[in-house]
Design a protein around this ligand. Structure first.
Ligand SMILES: *Cc1c(COP(=O)(O)O)cnc(C)c1O
Length: 421
């Protein structure tokens, strides 16, 4: 559930009419609901009670400082995958002991920065990375706390571009080699081996792949303990899916996911970490755009919007579906007609939806793309020299711009001319 509902015939974000925000900041823009963010974070937090746990928000889903601060104030940890994300977590006031550093290609510079300013744990994804981290930690005279990401060879049954837990994926160490790698880790003086990490993919819509993965982690925990490792923390990754349409089968709830974790891993005496991204912020965000033109096509009309693939890449990148809703509520019983919904970018891939059945729309009308909070603004680019669009946060009857729209000048001034021009 979210907090984008019609009230008095117009779509609101919590208590604020979207049309009011559009009039104030212009279109297109992203808007997020504090109440939805808060609710989703709490659902995970409560689902893991009473086990000792930390919910580390995977900020790659949406990393605006205001979103991070909202979640950090609720007690969230952060899962980061780059030096830039680490810096964002610190800037949002998240203490190092609540930051987990994931990702397959951490550089020595990133390791150095995190070890210097404080880090809860590195999720190590390969042996060369493990050896590099050992050297960096030793050069600083510290021990780096690590979990090793194992690849359980489980099919997450999700889109190929976001499945990460099969042996052919680039992520983690094959679970069959885990004991050997842990044995080497234990000999490295710059490392403190504290746990196991697993993350099998994103937008999972069933629990079965998690069950298979967690059972393998339970077995591995016992095996590693028998080998003498003090496994005291299990990081189970993120990936729980969200409903992108109103009619498809709803993915499992955080509570069911939490119960599964309790059932399979609850008796290990470990602290549990999870790293949800999409489910925390996905349905907490909307992309609002305006219709520029309605163009008649051979078979159907094109709805040409002022938002494009550079603003919301998911449809072009993952064939993703986003529900598109008019900001002014259509009268009950209004007939729908098929539209191809497109942006102005010079690529045929700049298509948000084909033959989408919508109530009639005209130039100037506002539409919202639902479920655009995750992997939306963060994947945006300035392709076609379209400045990054603003982000707005709503809280009850208040709203604030949390990232302003840059002017053309500001965009152009980031380029610098070489001395010979
Ligand atoms: C992307 C990612 C997540 C978050 O995935 P969601 O599907 O957004 O919940 C968590 N952990 C790791 C390591 C990731 O790469």
């Amino acid at each position: 559930m979210d907090h984008f509902l019609y009230r008095d015939g117009s779509l609101h974000a919590e208590d604020v009419p979207l049309a009011e925000i559009a009039a104030s900041v212009g279109t297109p823009f992203y808007v997020y609901s504090t109440a939805t963010l808060t609710r989703h974070f709490r659902l995970f937090d409560e689902a893991l009670a009473p086990m000792p746990h930390l919910v580390c928000y995977a900020m790659k889903a949406a990393s605006n400082q205001a979103i991070l601060k909202t979640l950090a104030d609720l007690g969230a940890g952060m899962d980061v995958v780059s030096g830039g994300e680490y810096a964002r977590a610190i800037a949002a006031g998240v203490p190092g002991e609540r930051i987990v550093f994931s990702g397959v290609g951490k550089t020595r510079i990133e390791m150095h920065a995190a070890l210097s300013a404080g880090i809860r744990q590195f999720n190590v994804e390969s042996e060369p990375e493990m050896r590099a981290l050992n050297e960096v930690a030793q050069s600083l005279g510290v021990k780096a706390p690590i979990a090793i990401r194992v690849n359980p060879d489980v099919d997450a049954r999700t889109h190929a571009k976001i499945a990460t837990g099969k042996s052919e994926n680039k992520f983690g160490i094959p679970i069959s080699r885990a004991r050997a790698v842990y044995a080497e880790a234990a000999t490295l003086p710059g490392l403190d081996v504290i746990g196991i990490d697993v993350h099998i993919g994103s937008q999972l819509t069933e629990l079965a792949p998690y069950r298979t993965a967690f059972e393998k982690i339970a077995e591995l925990t016992d095996a590693l303990r028998a080998d003498g490792h003090d496994i005291r923390r299990l990081d189970l990754g993120g990936g729980l899916g969200i409903p992108y349409t109103q009619d498809n089968q709803a993915p499992p709830l955080p509570l069911e996911y939490g119960n599964l974790i309790k059932e399979i891993l609850g008796d290990k005496g470990c602290e549990i970490e999870i790293e949800p991204g999409r489910l925390v912020v996905g349905n907490a965000g909307l992309l609002v755009a305006q219709v520029i033109y309605v163009k008649s096509g051979e078979d159907r009309d094109f709805l040409i919007l002022d938002a494009a693939m550079n603003d919301l890449l998911r449809p072009a990148m993952y064939d993703a579906h986003h529900d598109i809703v008019p900001v002014i509520q259509p009268a009950p019983g209004t007939e729908r007609q098929p539209y191809d919904v497109v942006g102005p970018v010079c690529e045929s891939g700049d298509t948000f939806a084909k033959a989408r059945r919508l109530t009639p729309l005209a130039a100037g009308d506002l539409v919202g793309f639902r479920s655009a909070g995750a992997y939306g603004a963060v994947m945006a680019s300035e392709y076609n020299s379209r400045p990054l669009i603003p982000e707005v946060l709503v809280n009850g009857d208040q709203f604030a711009v949390i990232r302003p729209r840059p002017s053309f000048d500001e965009m152009i001034k980031r380029d610098t001319l070489p001395p010979w021009l």
